[in-house]
Design a protein around this ligand. Structure first.
Ligand SMILES: [Zn+2]
Length: 309
């Protein structure tokens, strides 16, 4: 009975979130549910074969903020909308998008991808350096052109009423600038507020040990000083996943989603990073993260749960 009530409440919250309702965030509108084939997105066009026949709704969200007119492409599983929800800030990270589609079809939930015409930045703004809620906060970040409270709220509002942790998917370049590579995220790149937690070796895929494949987490305290976080990191490491933790302070805050979530204490957050093109590895990482979080694949859940069947 308790479960039925929870589902009913969830259905209400989702109805409020509205397929076609839109307008909850000033300067933002969300389209009605459409067939994914109608999306004007190269990523979704590339995924149409995988999406064909799946219970997936496509919506287009537009956010107006100053000179910026942002477009978000949203895919949601209509039979299991309460599953994990992923944010994809960078439009040039194709393996990340493919891993997001795998996650959507396997675990339900949804994804939101920022449109930047296939580029990393949109009109000179990195979409993952665009999370702030005030002028004072924006001033802390050299890579944010102006404060973006609408953009920030429009993205984070998708987590309202969802049991999902905040999840992001990214790709990064091989290595890092300090070791002859060109990426800026690596298990081998050290920094004063970064700590590195290598995954247990010998857990299947050797690709998981690559310096560029890792789960990025953030918090206001050092990882050493946060026992609950340490336990989560240990579980991820035990599943063979590398982890980098960033301690977010007023000095280190960079207007990325991870930093914003940590700074505002918005809850559990995981950014799943894999090297550009490492599609199969990133999919493997999604499956391992879901296993650590106790999120089961839909087939199993459907069989157990008459509400989702
Ligand atoms: Zn990225």
């Amino acid at each position: 009975m308790k479960h039925a009530c929870t589902l009913a409440l969830l259905a209400c919250l989702l109805a409020l979130a509205g397929c076609g309702g839109g307008g909850r965030v000033t300067g933002s509108s969300i389209s009605a549910c459409m067939d994914p084939a109608q999306a004007r997105s190269a990523d979704i066009r590339r995924s149409l074969t995988a999406l064909r026949g799946a219970p997936v709704c496509y919506r287009r969200q537009e956010v107006y903020e100053g000179d910026f007119h942002w477009t978000f492409h949203i895919l949601e599983h209509t039979r299991a909308p309460d599953g994990p929800f992923w944010v994809l800030p960078h439009d040039n990270e194709n393996a990340a998008f493919d891993a997001g589609v795998h996650a959507l079809l396997t675990y339900g939930g949804g994804l939101l991808a920022v449109d930047a015409g296939g580029q990393r930045t949109y009109r000179g703004q990195d979409p993952n350096r665009n999370f702030s809620s005030s002028r004072g906060e924006s001033r802390l970040c050299i890579a944010q052109r102006r404060p973006a409270p609408r953009y920030t709220r429009a993205i984070l509002d998708h987590y309202r009423g969802r049991p999902s942790p905040i999840l992001a998917l990214h790709n990064n370049g091989n290595g890092h600038a300090g070791n002859g590579g060109y990426g800026n995220i690596s298990m081998r790149r050290t920094g004063p507020l970064l700590s590195h937690w290598p995954g247990a070796a010998g857990r299947g895929s050797p690709a998981l040990a690559d310096e560029d494949n890792l789960i990025f987490v953030a918090g206001r305290r050092a990882a050493y000083a946060d026992p609950a976080l340490r336990r989560r990191i240990e579980a991820l490491n035990g599943a063979g996943l590398n982890v980098i933790h960033k301690q977010v302070t007023a000095q280190s805050f960079d207007c990325s989603l991870s930093d914003y979530v940590a700074r505002h204490g918005l809850g559990e957050y995981y950014n799943l990073e894999a090297e550009h093109g490492a599609r199969a590895t990133q999919i493997e990482m999604v499956d391992r993260l879901m296993a650590v979080l106790g999120i089961r694949a839909l087939r199993t859940r459907d069989a157990r749960n008459p509400f989702l069947g």
